[in-house]
Write a protein that binds this ligand. Structure first.
Ligand code: URA
Length: 186
């Protein structure tokens, strides 16, 4: 598969999904498209919309710090979001939007074809695992899920924006990340 060609086809498709996001920029992805690691967040915020890159605001800085703890950085991971446009007033994406973008996200996962996927927070868990309910039910647990035609190892942890509000949860996030690194290196 020609990843560049597939990614640019996908980008063109996502550009047509902007009707609920007037005047917002497409925030597609960042990092290494050949990485074994794919990280999936919720949706871009104000800074991400401005710079057209995922996780470049405060939550993104924290994500970079956490990744550094397991010796990863943006040259070694691929980062995207469930929804590729900033919802107005930082609202959460609606279940309908999650459902709509999910098909595109699954195609994105198929193209990147990572060894391990890290989901950040409840929106990513809802889209990829179909999990509706407390994050604690899936956090820190490996799932092996079929996406389109292949199975993927997927771990869920807290979203860095949540950790900015609840720093006490950083400890369990780091435990999740070390578990993630263990599987990645196995
Ligand atoms: N939060 C997310 O979920 N994604 C971003 O890109 C930035 C903040």
């Amino acid at each position: 598969m020609d990843k560049d060609k597939e990614l640019s086809k996908l980008k063109k498709k996502i550009l047509k999904f902007n009707k609920n996001f007037p005047k917002k920029n497409l925030v597609f992805a960042d990092g290494n498209k050949n990485s074994q690691v794919m990280i999936i967040g919720e949706a871009p915020g104000k800074t991400e919309d401005k710079l057209k890159k995922p996780f470049v605001g405060r939550a993104g800085k924290l994500l970079d710090e956490l990744l550094n703890c397991i010796h990863l950085d943006r040259t070694k991971v691929y980062i995207t979001n469930v929804v590729n446009y900033r919802p107005d007033k930082n609202r959460k994406p609606t279940p309908e939007e999650i459902n709509e973008f999910k098909k595109l996200l699954f195609k994105h996962i198929e193209i990147i074809s990572p060894k391990c996927i890290l989901l950040l927070g409840a929106t990513a868990a809802a889209a990829v695992l179909n999990h509706i309910g407390p994050l604690s039910e899936v956090r820190g647990k490996w799932k092996n899920i079929k996406i389109i035609n292949s199975y993927f190892d997927i771990l869920t942890t807290f979203h860095p924006a949540f950790l900015l509000r609840q720093p006490a949860r950083k400890k369990s996030t780091l435990e999740d990340l070390h578990e993630f690194k263990r599987k990645l290196s196995s």
